[in-house]
Design a protein around this ligand. Structure first.
Ligand code: BJW
Ligand code: ZN
Length: 249
């Protein structure tokens, strides 16, 4: 068994003087909740090609296929529970101003109790009509119903950001600001290859902020980070919280 890396003395010292912390998260933080990541050995895109599912043209060409894929993932996400990673981030709100900037669409940060969350790639439980933009958020569409239509006749699509689509402007600019103004940014469970979201940690790097990566594997960000913890986010974050609590008592 590989030991979970313990937090460094420098990190604990940084935490003791920090006020604002940003968590930039990706699919890896939800892996311990049983939600597959996108890429890598167990990634969902080993089975489904992104260009066939995660873009608007594919949806318009085969709405039923894309809708069913999202319905399947919605069921999965609803059954999943927040893990230690989500819960530690939520608990840290007792000590810091915590902003969560997430690429995830799974609602697990919210269900864990995090208050300030910027969802850069949308939310799988929200939907809108492609023609009139009427919203269908948190509607439980019947399982049998594939590719539902709006009352205007337009197709209803999930409110997630597909390839080639713009990220929500306010969420993105708020995230950039939070990264520039924080004391520490943790990049957790993301391959850091999907842009423009992947720029967010670099806002912190360029502003001279302390950047910590938590990921079992090396990523595009690793070399730019001040510290890297190679391990599962639930385990590493739990260690960091426990050591921080010991240091304030
Ligand atoms: C663990 C772990 C454990 C495992 N603990 N860790 C340069 C600038 C700007 C844009 C581009 C650019 N170059 C290319 C682009 C275009 C494109 C892009 O970035 N492509 C790249 C793939 C090259 N970007 C876009 O199209 C974006 N829009 C855009 O650019 O608009 C401007 C524009 C408009 C019009 C024309 C042209 C440009 C939109 C991107 C939208 C991404 N959407 C998705 C799907 C969301 C909906 C859904 O869920 O179905 O978002 S793609 C997918 O990737 C999803 C994720 O949020 C995103 C990031 O993935 P993430 O979270 O990093 O997951 P993985 O699987 O990659 O990594 C998991 C990590 O966890 C791994 O590192 C593991 O090691 C780790 N891990 N277990 C901790 N227990
Ligand atoms: Zn409509």
């Amino acid at each position: 068994m590989i030991a979970v890396p313990a937090p460094s003395k420098i990190l604990i010292k940084k935490l003791l003087s920090a006020k604002k912390i940003v968590f930039f998260t990706g699919a890896g933080i939800s892996a311990e909740s049983g939600i597959p990541t996108f890429r890598g050995e167990d990634g969902i895109w080993n089975k489904f090609k992104p260009e066939e599912l995660a873009n608007f043209n594919s949806f318009m060409k085969n709405p039923q296929l894309v809708w069913e894929w999202y319905q399947f993932r919605r069921e999965h996400v609803k059954k999943a529970m927040p893990n230690n990673g989500h819960l530690v981030i939520s608990e840290l709100q007792n000590y810091f101003e915590v902003v969560v900037v997430t690429q995830n669409v799974d609602n697990l940060h919210r269900r864990a109790g995090s208050k300030i969350i910027y969802e850069l790639h949308g939310n799988i439980e929200k939907n809108f009509c492609v023609d009139c933009s009427k919203r269908y958020d948190f509607v439980d569409f019947p399982k049998s119903e594939s590719s539902p239509k709006c009352e205007c006749g337009g197709l209803i699509r999930p409110d997630v950001v597909w390839f080639g689509e713009m990220l929500p402007a306010t969420e993105f600019s708020n995230s950039e600001k939070a990264a520039r103004e924080c004391d520490i940014l943790f990049s957790v469970g993301t391959s850091s290859i999907v842009f423009p979201a992947a720029y967010i940690p670099y806002e912190a790097v360029d502003s001279g902020k302390y950047v910590v990566e938590i990921n079992p594997d090396e990523t595009e960000l690793s070399r730019a980070a001040n510290e890297v913890y190679r391990g599962k986010s639930g385990e590493v974050l739990k260690n960091i919280l426990d050591e921080f609590k010991r240091s304030i008592n």
